[in-house]
Unconditional design. Structure first.
Length: 422
């Protein structure tokens, strides 16, 4: 079997039978969860395809390990490999709070223009959940990854840059709404038409490809009218212009209601649903957080800006058992570049204890297999994970909330998944 490279041509990912895939072990518990997760992914490929297919792993350095070995936290060699081989996977990387180095996760997303953070959220039967009906949760969150707060434009109070920016606001722009300008730090939140449209288009394409019922545009456009309000506006315009025959928008519903009456609008909406059209709607972010708790079945694909997506992703993960079971990917659907990742932090307090749950990285690996077009191998992981949870042999985070469960280590949890794959 000759090692070959994944390519992207005419919008289609071309995957050889033995693709080279870079991996970054990660910091903290990354070292604990990567090897067990890799075993599960390899077992799924072996079980699903025998000797016909195999992943050829290539290590890339980033984070603390990279710094210790090379003096750099993100060596150029690692970036070059991720660019060359198209698809990669990584464990968690340390991000200091309030100072220090810029987030390596953000840097990777910016450098590779991975404009979509895709977080599928579903419940696996038997996982403890704080909500009454977790089986109704089936979200596909498209979080914009390169704009909004992720650009990182901030000016700390007391710095020369802050003073310059403050003077521009107060003097040039005649802005008088900053209550305490001399002690205020400032942040800039760019939201572009191009950035919004490519994210929303990816969400709509995904919904149509997977036969999902709706896309909800989540925003805070009632307050931030020219950034988040424009995100909503551009989303509806894109849907109506580029997908007119395949979607029915809430804008259309309101237009029919205003021009005729609610009964006619309801009939049009019901007809669109019956004919399999994708429903495009929107919701203000704070109301949305409430609605997914009360009525999770009302939402399927979710398209939103960066900060909203952060809140939504973590709340949604909590609804199905916590971030330890939440996979994620950062994808550029135009170039094909993608990095699949554990969505939790480095958890330094439990490093080396065997308590870490490898579920997030394992499920991200299953997402990666789906992205490669190896769906049958991904399905093996999903089924085996659910079987394992049914036996109640689980890691510490799940054990704490389950009755009559057996506590197993990180590695033993992965081995149980492999056993249940056959």
């Amino acid at each position: 079997m000759t090692e070959t490279i994944i390519t992207m041509k005419n919008g289609t990912l071309n995957v050889p039978d033995a693709p080279i895939i870079p991996f970054i072990e990660g910091d903290g518990i990354g070292r604990d969860i990567w090897k067990p997760a890799k075993k599960v992914i390899d077992a799924a490929v072996k079980t699903g395809f025998g000797n016909r297919r195999k992943i050829l792993w290539r290590e890339g350095l980033a984070g603390e390990t990279a710094y210790q070995r090379t003096g750099e936290r993100l060596p150029e060699e690692t970036l070059a490999a991720l660019k060359k081989y198209i698809v990669g996977i990584k464990g968690p990387l340390t991000t200091p709070v309030g100072g220090g180095i810029r987030s390596l996760n953000v840097t990777l997303r910016q450098k590779l223009d991975l404009f979509t953070c895709l977080r599928p959220v579903r419940w696996f039967k038997g996982v403890p959940s704080p909500v009454k009906e977790p089986m109704k949760v089936n979200f596909h969150i498209f979080r914009e990854n390169t704009e909004d707060i992720y650009v990182g434009i901030e000016y700390m109070a007391g710095t020369p840059e802050n003073t310059k920016f403050k003077n521009f606001l107060l003097n040039d722009m005649q802005e008088n709404r900053v209550r305490f300008p001399d002690t205020s730090s400032f942040g800039v939140k760019p939201v572009s038409k191009e950035g919004s449209e490519r994210l929303i288009k990816a969400a709509i394409d995904y919904a149509l490809a997977h036969n999902l019922p709706s896309v909800t545009l989540v925003h805070k456009g009632n307050i931030m009218k020219f950034t988040e309000g424009s995100f909503k506006k551009w989303g509806y315009e894109l849907a109506e212009m580029n997908f007119a025959e395949k979607v029915f928008t809430w804008n259309t519903y309101l237009k029919i209601k205003n021009e005729k009456d609610k009964t006619t609008a309801d009939k049009a909406l019901n007809s669109a649903i019956e004919n399999g059209k994708l429903i495009i709607k929107d919701c203000i972010a704070d109301a949305f957080l409430q609605d997914i708790l009360l009525h999770p079945e009302n939402h399927s694909v979710i398209a939103t800006l960066n900060l909203n997506g952060d809140y939504i992703s973590d709340l949604a993960a909590a609804m199905v058992g916590g971030i330890g079971m939440a996979p994620g990917a950062n994808i550029n659907f135009e170039t094909g570049h993608a990095i699949f990742e554990a969505t939790h932090g480095t958890a330094p307090d439990i490093v080396g204890t065997g308590k870490a749950n490898p579920g997030s990285l394992i499920l991200s690996g299953a997402m990666m297999l789906e992205y490669l077009g190896w769906q049958s191998a991904a399905n093996l992981i999903y089924r085996a994970l659910e079987k394992t949870i049914a036996t109640k042999k689980v890691t510490a985070d799940l054990f704490e909330h389950m009755d009559a469960a057996s506590l197993v280590s990180t590695e033993d949890f992965a081995e149980e998944i492999i056993i249940n794959m056959t």
